[in-house]
Design a protein around this ligand. Structure first.
Ligand SMILES: [Zn+2]
Length: 379
């Protein structure tokens, strides 16, 4: 996370708690946990101030040297949130918007405790989910070459389904920075279709749903998709089915999903990849919410009132099976992680339904977990 220090000229430099806070913040920078951004005046002031240790004074020199790079992250919108620490105020907090970015503006008092300057906690619903989101963060850095001086520093925690909100709140109680990401379990595109308990636990009342929430130094992102498998890039799904599953029904499912993407359908967002979807189930869901699946499934229609796979085959009578998606098993995410480990994925390899999610999640993870990776000699 970028920690921007402001209002140093109005600060009371005789206050020892201010010295403690600045020391913690600069130490976090030297330990590659966060990035610190401040004016040359502040860094020079630290360098010449004997109240700081030699290591911290040297760290201030390094941070000053790279200020332009750090500033560019904010100026050129490579992050969508950062923390601004007002050194003239001790106990103060305000959440505000600045040029489309969320600014968590805080007094320095919170930073006198070194808990808050530990690396950011990254929470997913399960260990594989977190690993998958980290891959998306790495993808974001790779796809923006200007970020090659930066890396992610985080500490992963598991939520475990509906415990996720509790884990998140516990971490915030410990005054640690925290980014938490969960899926919504939505089975249908309808705006108020049922969402799962995991995401509901973040809201006190039904009907309060938001896709993202901030709580002081924490953010929750609720993906408006059924499950994390919904945002596995399509070509990775193909690779899993071709190399590891190889079932006929799964291969047909892949062909149908490909057709859906070609037709601009976002059905993968709500599809239960692990359990699949029958036409009958789709009809039930549409009856419960509103028309979505059946019009979407009609995109599988080809010529002669048959499905696109059988449109020229006179010997085959199409039935509901032509409009269904087979279960793709419970190992999809694990298999995806294995593939992502072997091969880095490029922006142009990600389908247009999935890419916006990768860009959003990548930017948010980078915002919360960014650190400067150049070796620093500060001893
Ligand atoms: Zn057919």
């Amino acid at each position: 996370m970028i920690l921007q220090l402001v209002n140093e000229q109005q600060a009371n430099w005789n206050d020892s708690s201010l010295i403690d806070a600045i020391e913690n913040i600069l130490r976090a920078f030297s330990e590659k946990k966060h990035i610190v951004l401040a004016s040359s005046f502040l860094f020079d002031n630290v360098k010449g101030n004997q109240k700081f240790s030699e290591k911290i004074r040297n760290t201030a020199s390094v941070a000053k040297q790279y200020s332009r790079d750090f500033n560019a992250l904010i100026k050129n919108n490579y992050v969508n949130s950062f923390i601004r620490i007002d050194l003239s105020k001790k106990n103060y907090f305000k959440e505000l918007e600045d040029n489309g970015k969320k600014v968590l503006e805080s007094g320095f008092g919170f930073f006198t405790d070194s808990f808050v300057t530990q690396n950011t906690s990254l929470i997913g619903e399960a260990l594989d989910d977190s690993k998958f989101y980290v891959q998306i963060g790495d993808f974001y850095i790779r796809n923006n070459p200007i970020l090659n001086k930066f890396a992610l520093n985080y500490c992963s925690s598991n939520g475990g389904g509906c415990q996720t909100a509790k884990v998140y709140n516990d971490i915030l109680q410990q005054k640690r920075l925290c980014y938490c990401i969960v899926d919504s379990d939505k089975k249908h595109s309808y705006i108020n279709s049922h969402r799962g308990e995991t995401c509901k636990a973040f809201f006190k009342k039904a009907g309060e749903f938001k896709e993202t929430l901030f709580h002081q130094f924490g953010q929750v992102r609720i993906l408006d998709v059924h499950e994390v498998e919904s945002i596995i890039p399509f070509n990775i799904l193909v690779k899993i089915v071709e190399d590891r599953e190889r079932g006929e029904a799964q291969i047909k499912t892949i062909q149908r999903l490909y057709r859906m993407i070609e037709k601009g359908s976002d059905i993968r967002k709500y599809l239960d990849h692990k359990k699949g979807l029958t036409k009958q189930k789709a009809q039930e869901l549409d009856k419960k919410y509103n028309k979505y699946y059946i019009p979407e499934l009609n995109k599988l229609l080809g010529k002669n009132n048959k499905c696109f796979m059988h449109e020229d085959d006179e010997n085959i009578n199409c039935d509901d099976n032509c409009y269904s998606f087979a279960p793709m098993g419970n190992k999809l995410l694990t298999n995806s992680l294995e593939i992502l480990k072997e091969k880095t994925i490029d922006k142009n390899e990600i389908d247009k339904i999935t890419l916006p999610y990768w860009e959003l999640i990548g930017k948010e993870i980078f915002s919360w977990c960014c650190c400067f990776k150049f070796p620093m000699k500060v001893s």
